[in-house]
Design a protein around this ligand. Structure first.
Ligand code: NAD
Ligand code: GLY
Length: 361
C-alpha cells in the first residue's frame, strides 16, 4: 500500500527531529521501527487506546527487542506523580536499561507523562511520540513539554525533553469521541489567532469541514498547526520569550481545569473559554475589535466548544488560581493577549480591576 506522508522538522540543531503526518502511518509504514534506537522498548498507553492501537504498534517493533507495555488508567486525574511512580515500578521490574526507548501512544495525558518518565528514567532515555488525539497531534506531542499535575496546579512538575520523532497517524482520529475531537480544534484555532491571520480566515471558511472531520481539511489543519508549533519551538525551545504565545487562553483555562477538578473540563474546552477571555481582554484594551470577540465566539460554538467559563467561578477564584501560573514572574501575572489578529504579545500590566471587570461581567 502506498502511503501519503508529509514530513516536517523541529529544527533544534543536533536534536532536530521529524514530524511525520499521514493516514495509516501505524499500519502501513516502518516509521516507528526506524525511530527506535536500541533493542529495549517501553510502550506507554492507556486502557482506552490499548485495545484500539497497541497491536499495530507492537507489530512494528523489532522481533528480537525486549518490549514492555505499560497500560495506564484513562484520564487527566491520573496524570500524577503516583502514576509516574507506577510506570517506573513496571519498567524497573522488567529490567529496562538506558538503551530503552519510551513510546507514548495516546493523547496529551499519555504523551506528557511518558515524556516526563523518559526524561527521568536513568537520567534520560530516547522517546517517540505517537499522538492519537487531535490535541496531541497539533500541539502536545511537538515541542518537548512534559509534566504531571499537582493538586495545587496543572503541569507544575515536569521537564523540557524533546522526542526523537513524532508519528501522527491521522486515521486514529476516526475513533476519537466528538467532545475530545472538538477539544483539539481549540488549539488549532489558537494558532490562527496568535500567528497567522490567513489561517484564521481559512479555519472560519472551513468550519463545516472541520466539524465533520473532512480528511483534506483536517490534514491541512494538522499540517499548518504543526508548522507553526515547530517554528515557535525552534525559535524559543525553553519559553524564555516567544514560546509563551502558545499559551493564549491557557492562564484562564488552567484555572478552570484546576477549579473544576482535573478531567471535568477537557483541556481544550478550558482553553476555548480561556481564549475568549483573553481576546475579550485584548478588545477591552483596544488592540483588537469587539467584532473579533464575537466572530471567535461564533467559530468556537460552531466547532462545538464552550465560550463561557463555568458558572459561579468568580474573579477572586480566577485570580487566586492564576497567581500560581508558571508565567508569573516576581509576583506579576503575565497574560498572552492579541496585539492584532495573528499577532500575540505577553503583557504583565493587567490590573486587578480589569480582571474583575472581565470575569464578573
Ligand atoms: P487525553 O490524553 O486525556 O485524551 C482524551 C481522551 O481520548 C482520553 O479518554 C483518551 O483515552 C481518548 N483517546 C485518545 N486517543 C483516542 C483515539 N484515537 N480514539 C479513541 N479515544 C482516544 O486528552 P488530550 O486532549 O489529548 O490531552 C490533554 C492533555 O495534554 C492535558 O493534560 C494538557 O495539559 C496536555 N497538553 C500538553 C501540551 C504540551 O505542550 N505538552 C500542550 C497542550 C496540552
Ligand atoms: N502548549 C504550549 C507549548 O507547547 O508551549
Amino acid at each position: 500500500m502506498s502511503v501519503q506522508c508529509t514530513t516536517l522538522y523541529v529544527e533544534l540543531g543536533d536534536r532536530r527531529y521529524p514530524i511525520y503526518i499521514g493516514p495509516n502511518l501505524l499500519h502501513a509504514t516502518t516509521l516507528l521501527g526506524d525511530a527506535i534506537t536500541g533493542r529495549q522498548i517501553v510502550v506507554v498507553t492507556n486502557e482506552t487506546i490499548a485495545p484500539l492501537y497497541l497491536d499495530a504498534v507492537l507489530r512494528q517493533l523489532p522481533a528480537e527487542a525486549l518490549v514492555s507495555s505499560v497500560i495506564l488508567p484513562d484520564g487527566e486525574q491520573y496524570k500524577t506523580w503516583q502514576t509516574l511512580g507506577d510506570i517506573f515500578d513496571q519498567v524497573l521490574r522488567a529490567r529496562h536499561n538506558r538503551s530503552t526507548t519510551f513510546v507514548a501512544l495516546g493523547g496529551g495525558v499519555v504523551g506528557d507523562i511518558t515524556g516526563f518518565a523518559a526524561a527521568c528514567y536513568q537520567r534520560g532515555v530516547n522517546f517517540v511520540q505517537v499522538p492519537t488525539t487531535l490535541l496531541a497531534q497539533v500541539d502536545s506531542s511537538v515541542g518537548g513539554k512534559t509534566a504531571v499535575n499537582h493538586p495545587l496546579g496543572k503541569n507544575m512538575i515536569g521537564a523540557f525533553y524533546q522526542p526523537n520523532a513524532v508519528i501522527i497517524d491521522t486515521a486514529t482520529l476516526s475513533t476519537l469521541g466528538d467532545r475530545e475531537y472538538a477539544a483539539g480544534l481549540a488549539e488549532v484555532v489558537k494558532y490562527g489567532l496568535i500567528f497567522d491571520a490567513d489561517f484564521h480566515a481559512w479555519l472560519g471558511a472551513n468550519r463545516v469541514g472541520l466539524r465533520s472531520r473532512d480528511a483534506n481539511v483536517l490534514s491541512y489543519a494538522i499540517k499548518r498547526s504543526c508548522e507553526i508549533k515547530a517554528e515557535v519551538v525552534a525559535a524559543d525551545e525553553r519559553e524564555s520569550g516567544l514560546r509563551a504565545i502558545l499559551n493564549l487562553g491557557h492562564t484562564f483555562g488552567h484555572a478552570i481545569e484546576t477549579h473544576m477538578g482535573y478531567g471535568a473540563w477537557l483541556h481544550g474546552e478550558a482553553v476555548a473559554a480561556g481564549m475568549v477571555m483573553a481576546v475579550r481582554l485584548s478588545a477591552m484594551r483596544h488592540s483588537v475589535s469587539d467584532g473579533l470577540v464575537t466572530e471567535l465566539e461564533h467559530l468556537l460554538t460552531d466547532l462545538g466548544l464552550p465560550i463561557w467559563a463555568p458558572e459561579g467561578m468568580s474573579s477572586n477564584t480566577f485570580i487566586d488560581l492564576m497567581s500560581l501560573d508558571k508565567k508569573v514572574i516576581d509576583g506579576r501575572m503575565r497574560f498572552v493577549l492579541l496585539a492584532a489578529l495573528g499577532e500575540a504579545v505577553v503583557v504583565d500590566d493587567v490590573r486587578q480591576d480589569e480582571l474583575h471587570a472581565l470575569i464578573d461581567r
